[in-house]
Design a protein around this ligand. Structure first.
Ligand code: TYC
Length: 99
């Protein structure tokens, strides 16, 4: 919903919240658990404890939400995951969907 804000005494402007997108990490049978934890810490700034919990959750359930971001940030993080994975020869992948 747009929020009206008064700008310089009498000019009102509308501030729209950006659409947000969930980044979803996908399980696979080949990427090592350690590497997934490393990616979650580097790309998504998760603590070792949180990264391990998310990785195990994705491993058990098949997929899981890692975070919610604007379109550009979500796309960049997905590209970073794929770049790191391809450098190491792992099929690890992430996708995004509207919140
Ligand atoms: N399933 C992988 C394994 O058993 C680990 C894994 C977890 C891979 C999460 C991807 O997003 C993932 N080595």
């Amino acid at each position: 919903m747009a929020e009206k804000v008064i700008y310089k005494d009498d000019i009102s402007i509308e501030l729209k919240k950006p659409k947000m997108y969930k980044v979803i990490l996908l399980n696979d049978d080949y990427t090592t658990m350690d590497f997934v934890v490393e990616v979650l810490m580097i790309v998504f700034h998760k603590s070792a404890t949180d990264a391990t919990q998310i990785m195990l959750d994705v491993h058990q359930k098949g997929k899981g939400v890692v975070g919610t971001y604007t379109y550009d940030i979500a796309s960049t993080k997905i590209a970073q995951v794929e770049q790191m994975a391809s450098e190491r020869g792992f099929p690890l992948a992430a996708v995004m969907e509207p919140e």
